[in-house]
Write a protein of this length. Structure first.
Ligand code: GDP
Length: 294
């Protein structure tokens, strides 16, 4: 991902590094190019504008202008501001018991896959996760979660075929979980093609019943700014604690990753970079910034 953005930033900064004594015009020209590159990467307009203004203010400072390697200094400012834009520090999960995690999102975003990936990740950290299938609209989703749960060797609660009452399922799951000696309960929920009232109402009720410590929205990064507006809608409805951005492997532009935090105020906690269960990691803003800068 970020291929085009990395390449154009590389070009711009290479030119800037080559300048011995830097002028205001050099900086303005370079940052204009950077702004275009960000917009081409599908970064939200106001986010790109504010970001460039911040970088410019610092770059125009006397310390940079009079330094021996002004180009290097500007790249450093860019790197630091990019890290901040991506969220600054890595956002931790609240896993204090009873650690209930509600996984929500639109159809196809990667909720079921993410639920299992997260279970595996937490298991590797020495926790005892349990998976709970609460997507009762798509019968295949329950089987899909069961299969993935077997693959990652995590116990899974699956409702009986034909069950339609999600609150009943959640209650059964909560008492099942007590016998399982698990420490983290991951609830995979139903999605829709778009954010609609039925979906939100079901989530609200589930939210009230299970009182999750973490409510994570799973969003497909390849959908760009749509992913960001979906996050805003879910947050307004159920209050998100974080975002999981999936399919970064198929996202050449990266606009969702870059705008998500600034627009929604919610941290990206994990990223998915492939279909395999281990292609999933915590999101580190500084590492992502380094990746973008190449
Ligand atoms: P759900 O409808 O939100 O539960 O979505 P699924 O978990 O069923 O995922 C939809 C499709 O996206 C599946 O084919 C997954 O294998 C795929 N998928 C999920 N996460 C990723 C990812 O990070 N990268 C790629 N390439 N595919 C993914």
């Amino acid at each position: 991902m970020f291929n085009a953005l990395s390449e154009s930033l590389d070009n711009t900064f290479r030119n800037l590094r080559g300048v011995g004594k830097i002028s205001e015009k050099n900086i303005t020209d370079a940052l204009r190019e950077v702004r275009l590159s960000l917009l081409e990467a599908d970064v939200e307009f106001s986010v790109a504008k504010a970001f460039i203004a911040t970088v410019k203010e610092q770059a125009m400072g006397e310390k940079v202008m009079k330094s021996i390697k002004p180009g290097e200094q500007i790249v450093k400012i860019f790197n630091d501001e990019l890290t901040k834009l991506l969220g600054g520090d890595q956002a931790p999960m609240d896993l204090n018991p009873p650690a209930h995690i509600l996984i929500c999102g639109l159809n196809g975003a990667g909720k079921t896959t993410t639920s299992a990936k997260l279970a595996l990740r937490l298991k590797k950290d020495g926790r005892r996760p349990l998976l709970i299938a609460c997507d009762l609209y798509r019968p295949a989703a329950i089987d899909q979660l069961k299969t993935l749960a077997e693959q990652v060797e995590v116990p899974c609660f699956a409702p009986e075929a034909g069950e339609t009452d999600v609150l009943k399922v959640a209650k059964q799951a909560l008492s099942w979980a007590k016998e399982q000696n698990g420490t983290v309960l991951i609830f995979d929920t139903a999605g829709r093609q778009e954010v609609d009232e039925t979906l939100i109402e079901e989530l609200k009720q589930l939210n009230k019943l299970i009182e999750p410590k973490e409510t994570l929205l799973v969003a497909d990064s390849a959908t760009g700014q749509q992913a960001v507006s979906v996050a805003q809608s879910f947050d307004a409805a159920v209050g998100l604690t974080g975002i999981v951005l999936t399919k970064l492997d198929g996202d050449a532009r990266g606009g969702a990753a870059l705008s998500m935090r600034a627009v929604t105020g919610k941290p990206i906690k994990y990223i998915g970079e492939g279909e395999k269960m281990d292609q999933f990691t915590e999101f580190y803003p500084d590492r992502m910034a380094s990746r973008i800068l190449g």
